[in-house]
Ligand binder design. Structure first.
Ligand code: COA
Length: 330
């Protein structure tokens, strides 16, 4: 039995930079090749935000589209949540910059940092605000400008990441048969150094030395993250399904974080489910971290593949380590 839901996504939006970086472009920059990148990751190209624009610019575009599709005036928003690890500044939050641009002056605003699981965390927080009766309209943005934190001399990371933003408007629902059913949020900080930016924070402030040692860029242990991801994605899916006594085949759509096509394929084959149930954008966008799931959701809606009444699971994992999922009836 699915319990009554009371928070639904009423509008989605996405924003992508115009500049495309292909695998062939990367061949000119580091010792790599198209065949390696496609066979090991599924990525063919990614987007890069042009100089002069920032996280808030992409967030604003995605947010305005989601608000317009939801038919919600920014002035009605109670809260703005921006999930990102690549904010405009350490402080203030990008959500505050976005709040001013949208003139959403009734809304509180905060950023949520949970690695690539950021959107799942933020959506769960939005749901709780609504479920508790505190708020009725919450804007959630998942956005990353990872190309600004990528070491373009490190072939083990620079081929993986891209820039993008996705946004959703979450509202208190009048219908009880639709909306967020449940969520699960997890972390294991013992893996903090498997994916991190060594310098630029209070542990190791930026200095000439840290910059010349390229310590303000992302460092990753790809193999360990891969093993962790395969394990937690499937566990999270089963944990979500348990909450409704459901089986994998009852899911109409499974939107997984887009970190590596091999991870998505592995899960799909193990669960013996058809590819149509697993949206993919990593081939075109690379890993856009907190933005992969809201962008995929928006793409599926625009293509008419995600329909009212569908049972949808979303699962992500990332730096922290963090992982989690949301189950909803669309
Ligand atoms: N081009 C060509 N060769 C590359 C390369 C590149 N861009 N990057 C690494 N290699 C080489 C390595 O140096 C290594 O060479 P060696 O065998 O001579 O030492 C070889 O390819 C294999 O490297 P390995 O790291 O074992 O590859 P892999 O199959 O594990 O794939 C990742 C690497 C990063 C694609 C994979 O581990 C992954 O996707 N991990 C998860 C990453 C992730 O999800 N991060 C974000 C979390 S949200």
């Amino acid at each position: 039995m699915i319990k009554p839901c009371n928070s639904i996504i009423t509008g989605t939006g996405a924003a992508l930079p115009d500049q495309v970086i292909t695998n062939r472009d990367l061949e000119e920059m580091v010792e790599t090749n198209n065949e390696w990148i496609v066979s090991r990751t599924g990525i063919r190209e990614r987007r890069k935000l042009e100089a002069g624009l920032s996280n808030a610019d992409l967030s604003e575009r995605a947010a305005r589209e989601a608000l317009s599709r939801a038919g919600v005036d920014p002035a009605e928003l109670d809260m703005i949540l921006v999930a990102t690890v690549t904010p405009d500044h350490h402080t203030p939050s990008t959500s505050c910059i976005l709040q001013a641009r949208l003139e959403a002056f009734k809304a509180g605003a905060m950023d949520i940092s949970a690695g690539c699981t950021g959107f799942i965390y933020a959506l769960s927080v939005a749901h709780q605000f609504i479920y508790s009766g505190a708020y009725r309209k919450v804007l959630v943005v998942g956005v990353e400008i990872l190309t600004r934190f990528t070491d373009w001399e490190d072939r083990s990371t620079c081929v993986l990441f891209g820039d993008g933003a996705g946004a959703v408007v979450v509202e208190a629902a009048t219908e009880e048969s639709r909306g967020i059913i449940d969520y699960t949020l997890k972390s294991d900080g013992r893996g903090a150094r498997l994916l991190y930016v060594p310098a630029g924070g209070s542990a190791l402030p930026a200095s000439h030395e840290t910059v010349s040692n390229r310590m303000h860029y992302l460092v990753m242990n790809g193999n360990e993250i891969f093993k962790f991801a395969v394990k937690v994605v499937e566990n999270t899916l089963f944990e979500l399904l348990q909450k409704v006594n459901g089986k994998p085949e009852e899911l109409d759509m499974i939107i997984l974080h887009q970190a590596n096509l091999r991870i998505i394929d592995h899960i799909r084959k193990h669960l013996r489910l058809p590819p149509e149930k697993f949206p993919v954008n990593i081939d075109r966008l690379g890993n856009t971290s907190s933005a992969t799931i809201p962008i995929a959701m928006h793409e599926e809606i625009m293509a008419g593949r995600l329909k009212e009444g569908d049972l949808v699971a979303m699962v992500a994992f990332g730096a922290g380590l963090t992982w989690g999922g949301v189950l909803m009836r669309w």
